[in-house]
Write a protein that binds this ligand. Structure first.
Ligand code: GLN
Length: 545
C-alpha cells in the first residue's frame, strides 16, 4: 500500500506549498521511492482552463490533455515524471461528478450531502493514485489556507483517511509563516499557533511544521513551536528564502526533513538521497560563463506566474548552455506605439508568448517583423507562432490582410484558421486541442538540429492552426513547415531557413522542460542568442558579461 502525505497551508497564501511538495518529493525520489504529487483546489471551476491568467497564473497542460494548476509544472520540473488528469482535482470537478451521479439515480433516494457524499468522492480521488501500484508515496497539496470555508471538506476528508489508514501511513505537513517584527526585532510564533489550533479544531494534528521565515529559527524558538503546536522537536522545519527555488530541496535536506518524514511513515532511512545530478545543475546555474538577454513579448507580463513554465525553461536551457539568461518582459501593447528598435535593439533573442484574443497582437507582429529583418533569434510559441505566420503573410507574401480567424473572421486571407474539429464545438471548458500529439520533423531543418530526431511528441492547447491552403506559397517564399502532425498534416513547426534562428511552434515546449531534461527548442534559442551576441560584441565581451 502507498503512503500518503498531505500538505496544508496556514496564516497566508503564497507560502510555496507547491515548491515544498515538489522538494519533499524530490528528496524521497532521490532515495529510491516512486513518488507522485497531486493538487486539490477548493474552487468551483471544474478546472483552471477557463480562468484568466491574471486570476490564476499559467494553465499547465499534462500529457493526457488535462488543463491544470501551475503547481503541476513544478512537480514535473522537479521530479521529471509526467502528471495526469488524476493529479489535479477541484471542488467543481468533485461536485460535478456527484451531481451527475445523483441525476442518474445512483444514490437510491438518499439525501446527497457534503458529508458523506462529497467527502467520499474527495477520498476516492485522494487515494486513487496510491492504489495503482505505480507509486510508493503520494503527496497531496491542498490549495487554499486553513480556515477557508471552502477548504473544510478536504480537511475533514484527510482526518477520515488518517483514521482509516493509521498514523504510520499518513502524514500531515503544515506550512506556515513566522513573521519578523522589525520594531520588536523578534520572530513571532502566534499566527502559527493559531493556524495549528484551527487545524486541530477540525480534528487534524499536523505531524510536521514547515516554517517560512526571513530569519533563522533559534533552537529555543523551534522548541517553543514544537511544544505549543504539539509536534516533536525534530518536526519543526526551517524554510528560509533561497536564491533560487532549485536550492530548496537541499535546504530541506539540511533540516533532515526527509529523515523525519520517513521515520514517521515507518519507512527505512538508509544512506543519503542521491542528488548528484541536481547539485551539478545548481553548480552550473550559479557559475555561468556568459549571459544573454532575451525579450519575452506577451500581454500578461505584469504577473510572473502567467508565464511560469517559460521562465523556468529559460533557466534550464541557460544551464544547458552554461549561460545566464536574463529575461526582459515586454508588454506587447507597448510595442504598438512604435519605437520597436529602441525596445528590442539591445536584445540577443526574443520569444513571443502564447495567448488568446486580439489585445496586443499588432505589437507581437511588429516585434516579429523587426527580429526577422534584423536576424535576431526568435521563438514563437502557439499564438506567437501564429503571429509569425501572419507577419510573413503580410510582409513577404504581400497579403496585407493576412490574419487569424480568431481575431478577424472577415479577413480575405485567413492564414491561421480554426481547426476543422473545433468548428462544431461551442462549450469552452476542456474543449481545445489538448495534450500530447505526434510531430514528424523534416531532416536538415533547425527543428531537426534541435531535437536530433524525426519523431517527437509535444503538448498542445489551441483552437486555431496554420491554414494549409497557403502552405505552398509560404514554402516557396522561404518559410517552411519543418514539423507536421504525421496523421493530419497539421503544421506544428514553421521556420525560416534563411535566418540564423527563426522558429515558431504550435505546441508548448515550455511544458516539457525539466531540470533533468532541458527542452531542445529552448536550448536552441539560447545557443542562437549566444552566437548572435558573440557576433555583435565579440568573444571577449561575451566572457566579461
Ligand atoms: N489563441 C490561439 C489558439 O487558440 C493560440 C493559443 C495559445 O497560444 N495557447 O489557437
Amino acid at each position: 500500500m502507498a503512503k500518503y502525505i498531505f500538505v496544508t497551508g496556514g496564516v497566508t497564501s503564497s507560502l510555496g506549498k507547491g515548491i515544498f511538495a515538489a522538494s519533499l518529493a524530490k528528496l524521497l525520489q532521490a532515495r529510491g521511492h516512486r513518488v507522485t504529487i497531486q493538487k486539490f483546489d477548493p474552487y468551483i471551476n471544474v478546472d483552471p482552463g477557463t480562468l484568466n491568467p491574471y486570476e490564476h497564473g499559467e494553465c499547465y497542460v499534462t500529457e493526457d490533455g488535462a488543463e491544470t494548476d501551475l503547481d503541476l509544472g513544478h512537480y514535473e520540473r522537479f521530479l521529471n515524471v509526467p502528471t495526469s488528469q488524476a493529479n489535479n482535482v477541484t471542488t467543481g470537478r468533485v461536485y460535478q461528478y456527484v451531481i451527475n451521479k445523483e441525476r442518474e439515480g445512483a444514490y437510491l433516494g438518499k439525501t446527497v450531502q457534503v458529508i458523506p457524499h462529497i467527502t467520499d468522492e474527495i477520498k476516492r480521488r485522494m487515494l486513487l493514485l496510491g492504489q495503482t501500484g505505480e507509486y510508493d508515496i503520494v503527496i497531496t497539496e491542498l490549495g487554499g489556507t486553513v480556515g477557508d470555508i471552502e477548504a473544510q471538506p478536504y480537511i475533514e476528508t484527510v482526518r477520515q483517511i488518517i483514521w482509516e489508514l493509521g498514523h504510520n501511513n499518513v502524514l500531515v505537513c503544515h506550512l506556515t509563516l513566522i513573521p519578523y517584527l522589525k520594531s520588536a526585532k523578534e520572530l513571532k510564533t502566534k499566527p502559527t499557533q493559531h493556524s495549528v489550533k484551527e487545524l486541530q479544531s477540525y480534528g487534524l494534528q499536523p505531524d510536521i511544521l514547515v516554517c517560512r521565515t526571513e530569519h533563522p529559527l533559534s533552537d529555543d524558538l523551534k522548541r517553543k513551536l514544537a511544544l505549543f503546536c504539539n509536534v516533536s522537536n525534530d518536526s519543526v522545519i526551517q524554510a528560509s528564502d533561497m536564491e533560487t527555488i532549485y536550492d530548496i530541496p537541499l535546504e530541506y535536506q539540511r533540516e533532515k526533513l526527509d529523515q523525519t518524514v520517513l521515520r514517521k511513515l515507518e519507512l527505512p532511512i538508509a544512506g543519503e538521497p542521491n542528488l548528484d545530478k541536481w547539485k551539478t545543475f545548481i553548480q552550473r546555474l550559479k557559475n555561468p560563463t556568459s549571459q544573454v538577454r532575451i525579450g519575452l513579448v506577451g500581454k500578461y507580463i505584469e504577473l510572473q506566474d502567467a508565464y511560469k513554465s517559460i521562465f523556468e525553461s529559460f533557466i534550464h536551457a541557460g544551464v544547458a548552455n552554461n549561460c545566464k539568461v536574463i529575461v526582459e518582459s515586454i508588454h506587447s501593447e507597448d510595442l504598438e506605439e512604435g519605437n520597436i528598435a529602441g525596445t528590442l535593439g539591445h536584445l540577443d533573442g526574443i520569444l513571443v508568448a502564447p495567448g488568446f484574443g486580439s489585445r496586443g497582437i499588432e505589437g507581437k507582429i511588429a516585434a516579429i517583423k523587426y527580429v526577422r529583418e534584423h536576424n535576431i533569434p526568435f521563438l514563437g510559441i502557439c499564438l506567437g507562432m501564429q503571429m509569425a505566420v501572419i507577419e510573413w503573410g503580410r510582409h513577404m507574401l504581400g497579403l496585407a490582410d493576412a490574419h487569424s480567424t480568431e481575431m478577424n473572421p472577415d479577413s480575405g486571407n485567413q492564414v491561421i484558421c480554426m481547426m476543422e474539429e473545433q468548428k462544431k464545438i461551442s462549450a469552452k471548458g476542456g474543449t481545445m486541442r489538448l495534450g500530447a500529439y505526434k510531430c514528424a520533423i523534416a531532416l536538415g531543418t533547425k527543428a531537426f538540429d534541435a531535437y536530433g530526431s524525426t519523431n517527437i511528441t509535444e503538448r498542445h492547447r489551441h483552437r486555431y492552426e496554420f491554414n494549409n491552403e497557403y502552405l505552398d506559397a509560404y514554402e516557396k517564399s522561404g518559410m517552411i513547415a519543418s514539423g507536421k502532425n504525421p496523421d493530419t498534416g497539421l503544421v506544428e513547426i514553421v521556420e525560416v531557413p534563411n535566418h540564423p534562428w527563426f522558429v515558431g511552434v504550435q505546441f508548448h515546449p515550455e511544458l516539457k522542460s525539466t531540470v533533468e531534461n532541458p527542452h531542445p527548442v529552448f536550448i536552441g534559442l539560447i545557443k542562437a542568442a549566444m552566437e548572435y551576441k558573440q557576433k555583435r560584441v565579440g568573444a571577449k565581451a561575451m566572457q566579461e558579461a
